[in-house]
Design a binder for this molecule. Structure first.
Ligand SMILES: Cc1ncc(COP(=O)(O)O)c(C=O)c1O
Length: 367
């Protein structure tokens, strides 16, 4: 048995079905569900407020380590959209945003909603070229806002390269389709703010996510605050306050302990395996998948080379029928207008992919 086979045993979901759907949501591994169950048990038996607060702060430190940040630059949120909105509140007043046409709506709509002009860089055959974002060639913008990995075709960007070309502009990155599967270092990549969900590649379950806001951006006042956004909340002063210096200010009220504990356990679990090792395994499985798809004569619409990620978009004439056919065979992927999106994470194996491609051959033939 390989180390990956052993790791797969931490995911009970893999015994029941072929789960090639991390880009939508991942099953939780046992250490995460056990951490949450432990909290729920304690919560049913009493109140461990101080212990839970401490566990939350440990989770924050883990998340910070995962992306090369400081713990006080991390805020827990329930999903990506919440994180993007708090970031847009900080930066919307600066002016136009440079994004691109492949983005998930959560990356662009919060800016548009605030009346900010968003320029959409076009993709060329599914690829976003770095040069299109260079200050000399791109429309003028105060902020670049992109995903590390695109939600639909999986196009992956080199964040260090974006950090190198951003010049005077802010760099905001959505990591929902990358963090947990690929390394991120916010300082090295000169990222000013980062938003992610935790239920996809981080395997932490729904209701989890985090925002990174750089120490410099923390100098700006937040739009929304609550009683726990301030120093000395237990003074209950309802007239005056001093804002907390840390990103904890964005959490505002009582903590969502269960989701912070889940995210902390997931980050500890993934870092125990090693993010570099996970990235290699994700890419290895993805290369195996695209090789089989090509042999089967199925068109791959996702870019390869350095833009390859854990997501593969396969062209099919009847995406709805194909998804139904796969689901009937116990195989989970995502339906897309062009076909289906197949995600390979480290808990998958070659047999999952064999089953998926042979089922796709059958459903494509019957269509
Ligand atoms: C890039 C990206 N951002 C955000 C989301 C989801 O947003 P939220 O976590 O707010 O539901 C997705 C989901 O597919 C995504 O691909």
């Amino acid at each position: 048995m390989t180390a990956w086979d052993e790791i797969r045993r931490d995911f009970p979901a893999t015994e029941r079905s072929v789960f090639l759907n991390a880009a939508s949501g991942s099953p939780m591994p046992r250490p995460v569900s056990e951490a949450v169950a432990g909290y729920l048990r304690e919560a049913s038996e009493g109140d461990e407020w101080l212990a839970w607060l401490e566990r939350q702060e440990r989770a924050r430190e883990g998340v910070a380590r995962l992306i090369g940040a400081e713990a006080d630059e991390i805020a827990f949120v329930v999903n990506t959209s919440t994180a993007m909105n708090l970031i847009a509140d900080l930066l919307a007043g600066d002016g136009a945003v440079l994004s691109d046409e492949l983005e998930f709506p959560t990356v662009t709509l919060p800016w548009i909603h605030r009346g900010v002009a968003v320029h959409f860089v076009p993709a060329v055959e599914g690829v976003l070229h770095l040069e299109s974002f260079a200050a000399a060639d791109a429309p003028r913008a105060a902020t670049i806002c992109i995903s590390h990995v695109q939600f639909s075709n999986g196009c992956r960007q080199d964040l260090d390269a974006f950090g190198a070309l951003k010049e005077h502009r802010r760099l905001v990155v959505c990591g929902s389709q990358s963090v947990g599967a690929f390394p991120v270092d916010v300082k090295r990549s000169r990222i000013d703010a980062f938003a992610t969900a935790g239920y996809k590649w981080l395997c932490a379950g729904y209701g989890t996510g985090f925002a990174y806001v750089s120490r410099e951006l923390l100098q700006r006042p937040p739009r929304a605050i609550g009683w726990r956004s301030v120093e000395r909340p237990l003074d209950y002063n309802n007239r005056e306050y001093t804002l907390l210096a840390s990103a904890r200010r964005y959490e505002m009220g009582c903590p969502a302990f269960a989701s912070a504990i889940a995210l902390g356990a997931a980050v500890e679990y993934l870092m125990g395996i090693g993010i570099e090792a996970i990235a290699q395994r994700v890419l290895e499985l993805n290369a195996y998948l695209t090789g089989l798809l090509e042999q089967a004569g199925l068109a791959v619409l996702s870019p390869g080379g350095a833009h390859r990620s854990g997501e593969t978009l396969v062209e099919l004439t009847d995406p709805r029928g194909a998804c139904r056919g796969l689901r009937e065979r116990g195989i989970h992927v995502t339906r897309k207008p062009e076909g289906v999106r197949i995600s390979t994470h480290f808990y998958n194996n070659e047999q999952d992919i064999d089953r998926c491609v042979s089922a796709l051959r059958e459903v494509a033939a019957s269509a």
